[in-house]
Design a protein around this ligand. Structure first.
Ligand SMILES: Cc1cc2nc3c(=O)[nH]c(=O)nc-3n(C[C@H](O)[C@H](O)[C@H](O)COP(=O)(O)OP(=O)(O)OC[C@H]3O[C@@H](n4cnc5c(N)ncnc54)[C@H](O)[C@@H]3O)c2cc1C
Length: 483
C-alpha cells in the first residue's frame, strides 16, 4: 500500500487524508497542534465557547456538489444546520440593509431605501439571480442542480463584474446605506465578482451554519479520517521534507521521527512549505507571482469575544457598521463586524449571551502588528486597548450594551501566526481585486514528482470549500499518476 504523509491537519490536510484512504492509500496526517482543524477551530474561555471560524459554509444546500464533498468528509450529513435568515446587516445613521435569503425582500428593501437607485437595484437583483445558476443551483425553490445552459447564461453577467471592485460597484449607487452595504462585507478593494457570488450563494439556500460550530466540524473530519484507517499525529510538527534525486522520500518531524513516504502532501502555509520544510526555490511559479501581484493581497483580522449580561441582545445575526474615525485611523480598518450566537445556546454558558467583534486589516497592517508584538508586554497592552476600543465602539452603536460587556479574549494576526504559522497571520488565501480569475491551481510542485500542495492558497480567496477541494484534487492527481 502506498504511504502518504500529509503535513498540516487543517481542512485541506484532513480532506486529502480522507480521500487518500478512500482511494486505497494509507495516509498519515501530521499536525503540530494537539487539536486538528487549523483555522477551523474554537476554544473555551471562562465557561463560554468562542467560535473562531464559520460565518457561513458553502455547500449546505443538498443539491450542490460541495454538499456531496462535505458529506464524504464527514463534515455534513449526520449533523443539522442553522438556517440563518440574514447573512449580515449593514447599519448607518439609524438606517439598515440586510442580505436576506429572500432576494425579493432585498430588492424591496433597496427600492424603499432609494427609489433613485431603482434601475441599478433591478440590475443587481437580476444579476444575482443569474449568478445563482453559476453556483450550480437551479429551480424556483433552489432545489435542483442548474442545467449547463443556465450556467452558460450566467457567464456574460460574471464577465461584467469581473472587471470591477466592490468599491466601484458600490459607487454606482447614490444611497449611502446601499453603498456601505456593498462595500463593507469584503472591503472595497475586493473583486465585485466575489461579492456577487456570495450574494448568489446565500440567496440560493446555501451557506448555512453547521450545528455545534467550527471545532466540532474539525473533529468530525478527523474522526472520519481515523475511522477509515488513517493515522493522525497531533502535537508534533514537521521539520523538513527529505529529498533524494528529485523525489520526496520522507518527512522528518520535530521530535526526530522520520516518516518514510511514497508521496508527500503539504497542507500548511506555502511560506512554511517553501522556506522551512523545503528550499524556497521549489515554490511553484504561480504562487511566487501571486505573492508579488498587487491585485492579490493577504489579510487578517483583529477580534474580541465578550460575555454580555443581557440574555436578549439589541440585535440578531451579524451586524456591520463603520468604525468611529479615530479607530479607523488607529487600526487602518473601516468596518466593524459583530456577531451573536443565539443559535448556539451552549456557547454562552448558563447566563447572558456572547458577542464577537472582528475587523479586517491588510497585509501591511498585519506586518506592522507582528513587528510591534515582538515586545510581549507591549502586545499585551495592545490587546487590552483593542478590547476597550471594541467595547466603546459597540456601546456607541448599541447604547443598551453600555456597561454590559466583559472581554473574554482578544486575538489578532499574531495569534494566527503562532497557531498555524501563516506568514503574516492570515487565515484565508489572497484577497483578490478586479480582473482576477479565481480558479483552483494544480497542486504539482515542479521538479519533485511525488510532492504536492493541497491548500487554500491554490485559489483566491481561500476558505473552507477551497481547502477541502484542494485536498481532494491532490489525491486525484496521485491516483491518476498511479494508474
Ligand atoms: C475568523 C475566521 C473566519 C472564517 N470564516 C470562514 C467562513 O465563514 N467560511 C469559510 O469557508 N472559511 C472561513 N474561514 C477560512 C477557513 O478557516 C480557512 O480557509 C481554512 O480553514 C483553511 O484551511 P487549510 O487547511 O488550507 O489551512 P490551515 O487552516 O491554515 O491549516 C494548516 C495547518 O497546518 C499546520 N501546520 C503548519 N505548519 C506545520 C508543520 N510544520 N507541521 C505540521 N503541521 C503544520 C497548522 O497548524 C494548521 O493546522 C475563516 C477563518 C477565520 C480564521
Amino acid at each position: 500500500m502506498k504511504e502518504l504523509v500529509i503535513v498540516g491537519g487543517g481542512v485541506a490536510g484532513l480532506s486529502a487524508g480522507i480521500y487518500a484512504q478512500l482511494r486505497g492509500f494509507h495516509a498519515t496526517v501530521v499536525e503540530k497542534h494537539r487539536v486538528p482543524g487549523g483555522n477551523l477551530t474554537g476554544w473555551n474561555r471562562d465557561g463560554r465557547h468562542i467560535d473562531n471560524c464559520i460565518h457561513w459554509l458553502t455547500g449546505t444546500n443538498p443539491v450542490t456538489e460541495n454538499y456531496e464533498m462535505w458529506k464524504t468528509l464527514g463534515a455534513l450529513g449526520e449533523v443539522g444546520v442553522h438556517r440563518l435568515p440574514t447573512l449580515y446587516t449593514y447599519r448607518k445613521h439609524g438606517k439598515s440593509l440586510s442580505l436576506h435569503r429572500d432576494l425579493e425582500r432585498l430588492r424591496k428593501d433597496m427600492l424603499a431605501l432609494s427609489p433613485e437607485d431603482a434601475e441599478k437595484t433591478e440590475q443587481l437583483i437580476a444579476d444575482i439571480r443569474a449568478a445563482i445558476h453559476f453556483t450550480g443551483i437551479g429551480g424556483e425553490k433552489n432545489d435542483r442542480k442548474s442545467t449547463q445552459l443556465e450556467r452558460l447564461a450566467a457567464l456574460p453577467v460574471l464577465k461584467r463584474y469581473y472587471g470591477m471592485t466592490t468599491g466601484e460597484l458600490a459607487a454606482q449607487f447614490h444611497d449611502p446605506t446601499i453603498r456601505g452595504f456593498l462595500r463593507s462585507l469584503l472591503t472595497e478593494r475586493f473583486g465585485a465578482v466575489a461579492l456577487l457570488l456570495v450574494f448568489a450563494t446565500f440567496c440560493s439556500g446555501d451557506g448555512d451554519l453547521p450545528e455545534d460550530g467550527s471545532l466540532a466540524m474539525a473533529w468530525r473530519m478527523a474522526d472520519r479520517f481515523q475511522s477509515l484507517g488513517g493515522s493522525l499525529r497531533l502535537g508534533v510538527g514537521a521539520k523538513r521534507v527529505c529529498l533524494e534525486h528529485s523525489l520526496a522520500t520522507a518527512v522528518e518531524l520535530a521530535d526526530g521521527t522520520v516518516l518514510p513516504a511514497d508521496y508527500v502532501i503539504l497542507s500548511c502555509d506555502p511560506e512554511i512549505a517553501f522556506g522551512k520544510l523545503l528550499d524556497r526555490s521549489l515554490m511553484p511559479d504561480y504562487l511566487r507571482k501571486q505573492y508579488e501581484d498587487l491585485r492579490l493581497r493577504r489579510f487578517s483580522a483583529c477580534q474580541c469575544a465578550f460575555a454580555c449580561q443581557m440574555k436578549k441582545l439589541p440585535f440578531v445575526g451579524e451586524q456591520v457598521f463603520e468604525l468611529p474615525p479615530a479607530l479607523r485611523k488607529k487600526y487602518g480598518a473601516s468596518y466593524l463586524l459583530v456577531r451573536e450566537f443565539s443559535h448556539e445556546t451552549g456557547y454562552s454558558g448558563r447566563e447572558g449571551s456572547l458577542l464577537q467583534t472582528m475587523f479586517f486589516i491588510d497585509e501591511d497592517a498585519c506586518i506592522r502588528l507582528l513587528h510591534a508584538a515582538v515586545d510581549r508586554a507591549a502586545y499585551q497592552s495592545m490587546k487590552t486597548e483593542l478590547s476597550a476600543d471594541m467595547e466603546r465602539a459597540l456601546a456607541a452603536e448599541f447604547p443598551a450594551l453600555d456597561g454590559q460587556l466583559r472581554c473574554l479574549d482578544a486575538w489578532t494576526p499574531v495569534s494566527y501566526r503562532r497557531y498555524t504559522g501563516a506568514a503574516v497571520g492570515s487565515f484565508m488565501g489572497f484577497a483578490f481585486g478586479a480582473r482576477v480569475l479565481p480558479v483552483l491551481r494544480s497542486g504539482r510542485v515542479p521538479g519533485v514528482k511525488n510532492l504536492l500542495l493541497a491548500s487554500q492558497w491554490q485559489q483566491p480567496p481561500g476558505g473552507l470549500p477551497i481547502a477541502a477541494k484542494a485536498g481532494r484534487a491532490a489525491i486525484e492527481l496521485i491516483a491518476k499518476n498511479k494508474k
